[in-house]
Design a protein around this ligand. Structure first.
Ligand code: COA
Length: 253
């Protein structure tokens, strides 16, 4: 486990903390690997009843590390750390509670679509800027977001890729509750503790029944990954990533 992802277990709750605050907790391949392993291990461990995910510093997660997109592009196989993480989070057996302590971008938002309880700092800026990078949604967001928010709102968030507020996340059903930044983790922990006091098997079965259609989500994640990989190789995406590195606006053809 790299020190960019911290895990700690207490009272049946495994806390996973993305810990790369200087880069707004942008996820590298090693971080995806660590998070996938932590969630999969929790599922197998009868002592763990709940997983809580949060970030350090002022951000929850600024999405995939954009430099890693260039130097370490995700592969289309199940062995890719990104797909391993998506599989772990979308098929997790134990309840997942997210404490969104600040900025959430890209997978920092789409991972929330797989969490069961989501508490968000009321000032946290969010965005799904895939299209602005010449990319497409991942993590099953192209299926889950329209299902949650309706086509019109999903198109707005995914096709314009503009920042949106925590209030919008609450209104469309991504979040359960908004909190003061200082209270997010404590609020999430309170729910995690309530869940941890319940019978594990009944919780796991309830979650499984709520998510019965996950097979179609798994299929969509695979389909998205294929298109995502193709887009990642496009001239537009290369321009967007280079522009980010050079701190300038991209120029698309
Ligand atoms: N990948 C790699 N580095 C990232 C990153 C990412 N996804 N997001 C932020 N960082 C880095 C910045 O490059 C910067 O590094 P530096 O200090 O070495 O220059 C540092 O984190 C702080 O980011 P900065 O942009 O200065 O902070 P901000 O508060 O002004 O803006 C964000 C925060 C998240 C809105 C902005 O950094 C951003 O848009 N990041 C890209 C998000 C993205 O497109 N993710 C991929 C989605 S698919």
């Amino acid at each position: 486990m790299s020190d960019l992802v911290e895990t700690s277990a207490k009272d049946g709750i495994l806390t996973i903390r993305m810990n790369r605050p200087d880069k707004k907790n942008a996820l590298t391949m090693a971080m995806y690997e660590d998070m996938a392993k932590a969630i999969k291990d929790a599922d197998k461990n009868p002592d763990i009843r709940v997983v809580m995910i949060t970030g350090s510093g002022d951000s929850f997660c600024a999405g995939n590390d954009l430099q890693d997109f260039i130097s370490n592009p995700p592969k289309n196989e199940k062995s890719s750390p990104v797909l391993a993480f998506l599989e772990a989070i979308s098929e997790a057996k134990v309840p997942l509670v997210a404490a969104v302590n600040g900025t959430a971008v890209g997978i920092g938002v789409t991972m929330l679509l797989h969490c069961d309880f989501v508490y968000v700092a009321k000032d946290a800026p969010m965005s799904l800027p895939f299209v602005n990078l010449g990319l497409v949604p991942e993590a099953g967001a192209s299926l889950l977001l329209p299902r949650l928010a309706g086509h019109a709102k999903a198109a707005e968030l995914l096709m314009l890729g503009e920042p949106f507020t925590a209030q919008t996340a609450l209104e469309i059903g991504i979040a359960n509750k908004l909190c003061e930044t200082a209270d997010v983790e404590a609020t999430a922990l309170k729910t995690a503790k309530k869940l941890a006091s319940k019978p594990r098997e009944a919780l796991v079965e309830t979650k499984s029944l709520l998510k019965r259609e996950f097979e179609s989500v798994a299929k969509r994640i695979d389909e998205e990954a294929k298109v995502f990989k193709k887009c990642l190789e496009s001239a537009d995406c290369k321009e967007a990533l280079t522009a980010f590195k050079e701190k300038r606006k991209p120029k698309f053809n």
